[in-house]
Design a binder for this molecule. Structure first.
Ligand SMILES: NC(=O)c1ccc[n+]([C@@H]2O[C@H](COP(=O)([O-])OP(=O)(O)OC[C@H]3O[C@@H](n4cnc5c(N)ncnc54)[C@H](OP(=O)(O)O)[C@@H]3O)[C@@H](O)[C@H]2O)c1
Length: 347
C-alpha cells in the first residue's frame, strides 16, 4: 500500500545504498530496495528481514514504473549516474514523485539540470542532484556562509580527508567522467566551466586545528562547481583535496572502505573547510565528521524528509542550497556532523 513513508532506493545493495536504507529505517521510513540484480536483492532481503525489494533496470522503463509504484520519493544511489540518472529522473517525473541522487559526476549533474528543469517544474515535483558529501554538503556550507550576501567574488571548498578508500562505484564513476571529458581536466572560473590540460597545483591549505595545515591538490574539481553556481552568483568556485587522499584515490587497485563501527562506517574522517570572499571580507564555515559515504545517507534522507514535509523552497531541478534553508538543514545534521558556526567574518 502506498504511504508517504515509502521511499525507494535505487542501487540499494551498493555501499552507499545500504547506508541510505539504514538511515531511512532509523527515520521511520519504509525503504523499498531497488536494484538490477535479483541475486543481490535476495542477499539484501535475507540480511534485513521485512525489507521489500524490487528488481528494475534502467533499460526497461516499465520495470522502473513498477518499482516506483507506491513510493513517495526515490533516492538514486546507483552510479555511474551517466547511465542511471536520466532514466530514474524520467520515471520519477512520470510518477510525479521527488527524486534525489548522490551523483558526484560533474557532467551527469549538469545533464540533470539541463534536461529536466522544465519537466520537473511542470510536474510540480523537485529533483535534487548531488545530494551527498560531494556537491551537496559543500553547497549547503557555502550557502550558509554567504548568509545575506547576494553575490561573492570567490568560494573555496577544501576537503581534508584523512584517507580515501574508494568504492567500486566511485572508481567507475571517475572513469566514466574522465572519458566524457576526453581525459581533460575541468575547473570553474570566470563564471563557467573550463576544460583544460594544465597540471594541477599543490599548495598548503590552513585547515583549522586539530587537522591543521595540509598539502592539498588545487583545482581538484568536484560536483560543487555544478551545484554552487546553479543558484549563487560566484564567478570563481574552487575545490581542493588533501594530497594523500587524492593519491589514494588514483592508486591502481585502491582498496575499498572497511567498517570499523556498528553503523558500518570506516575510520576515515573529514573536514570540509569553506571560505567565501567578497571584496575584502571573508566568511568561513567548517564541518567535520566520519566517513564520506556514510554521511551521504543523512544528507539524502534529510532532503527527502524536507521535501515530503513541505520544507523545500522550489520545484524543478535544484541543488541542496537552493532547495532548502541551508543553516537549518546543517543544524539538523548535528548528530552526524560537527559544525563550526557562527561565521568567522573578517573585514
Ligand atoms: N556525491 C557524493 O559524495 C557521493 C557519495 C557516495 C556515493 N557517491 C556515488 O554513488 C555511486 C555509488 O557509490 P557506492 O559507494 O554505493 O558504490 P558501490 O558500492 O560500488 O555500488 C554501486 C551501485 O550502483 C549500482 N549500479 C551501477 N550501475 C548501474 C546500472 N547501470 N544500473 C543499475 N544499477 C547500477 C550497482 O549495482 P550492481 O552491483 O548491480 O552493478 C551498485 O548497487 C557512485 O557513483 C559514487 O561516486 C557519491
Amino acid at each position: 500500500m502506498a504511504t508517504d513513508r515509502n521511499a525507494a532506493v535505487f542501487g540499494a545493495y551498493g555501499h552507499t545504498g545500504r547506508f541510505v536504507v539504514a538511515e531511512l529505517r532509523e527515520r521511520g521510513y519504509v525503504p523499498l530496495a531497488l536494484g538490477r540484480d535479483p541475486d543481490k536483492l535476495l542477499t539484501l532481503e535475507r540480511a534485513h528481514p521485512g525489507l521489500e525489494t524490487r528488481q528494475a533496470s534502467v533499460d526497461d522503463p516499465a520495470s522502473l514504473d513498477r518499482a516506483l509504484d507506491g513510493a513517495a520519493a526515490v533516492i538514486n544511489c546507483a552510479g555511474p549516474f551517466a547511465s542511471t540518472a536520466a532514466p530514474l529522473v524520467e520515471a520519477a517525473v512520470r510518477a510525479g514523485i521527488p527524486y534525489v541522487d548522490v551523483a558526484a559526476e560533474i557532467e551527469a549533474n549538469l545533464d540533470t539540470f539541463a534536461h529536466f528543469a522544465e519537466r520537473a517544474r511542470a510536474a510540480g515535483t523537485v529533483v535534487v542532484p548531488a545530494m551527498a558529501f560531494y556537491g551537496g554538503l559543500g553547497d549547503l556550507l557555502v550557502t550558509a556562509a554567504m548568509g545575506d550576501w547576494p553575490a561573492a567574488d570567490e568560494a573555496h571548498v577544501a576537503y581534508g580527508l584523512s584517507s580515501w578508500h574508494p568504492t567500486a562505484g566511485t572508481v567507475a564513476s571517475g572513469v566514466v567522467s574522465g572519458q566524457r571529458r576526453s581525459g581533460r581536466r575541468v575547473r570553474y572560473t570566470g563564471g563557467q566551466l573550463e576544460y583544460h590540460d594544465d597540471a594541477l597545483p599543490t599548495l598548503e591549505w590552513p585547515f583549522p586545528a586539530p587537522l591543521g595545515p595540509q598539502s592539498v591538490i588545487g583545482e581538484f574539481t568536484m560536483a560543487d562547481v555544478v551545484t554552487i553556481p546553479s543558484h549563487l552568483a560566484i564567478p570563481e568556485v574552487r575545490t581542493y583535496m588533501t594530497a594523500k587522499a587524492a593519491e589514494e584515490l588514483s592508486a591502481p587497485g585502491a582498496s575499498a572502505p572497511t567498517a570499523v563501527d556498528e553503523r558500518g562506517r570506516s575510520a576515515q574522517t573529514f573536514v570540509v573547510d569553506v571560505l567565501v570572499r567578497s571584496g575584502g571580507t571573508e566568511r568561513r564555515v567548517v564541518a567535520a565528521g566520519q566517513d564520506i559515504y556514510a554521511i551521504s545517507a543523512p544528507l539524502a534522507v534529510e532532503a527527502v524528509d524536507r521535501i515530503l514535509t513541505g520544507r523545500t523552497r522550489t520545484t524543478g531541478v535544484a541543488s541542496a542550497g537552493a532547495a532548502f534553508d541551508a543553516g537549518d538543514f546543517l543544524r539538523a545534521l548535528s548528530p552526524h556532523l560537527s559544525l563550526h558556526f557562527p561565521l568567522d567574518v573578517r573585514g
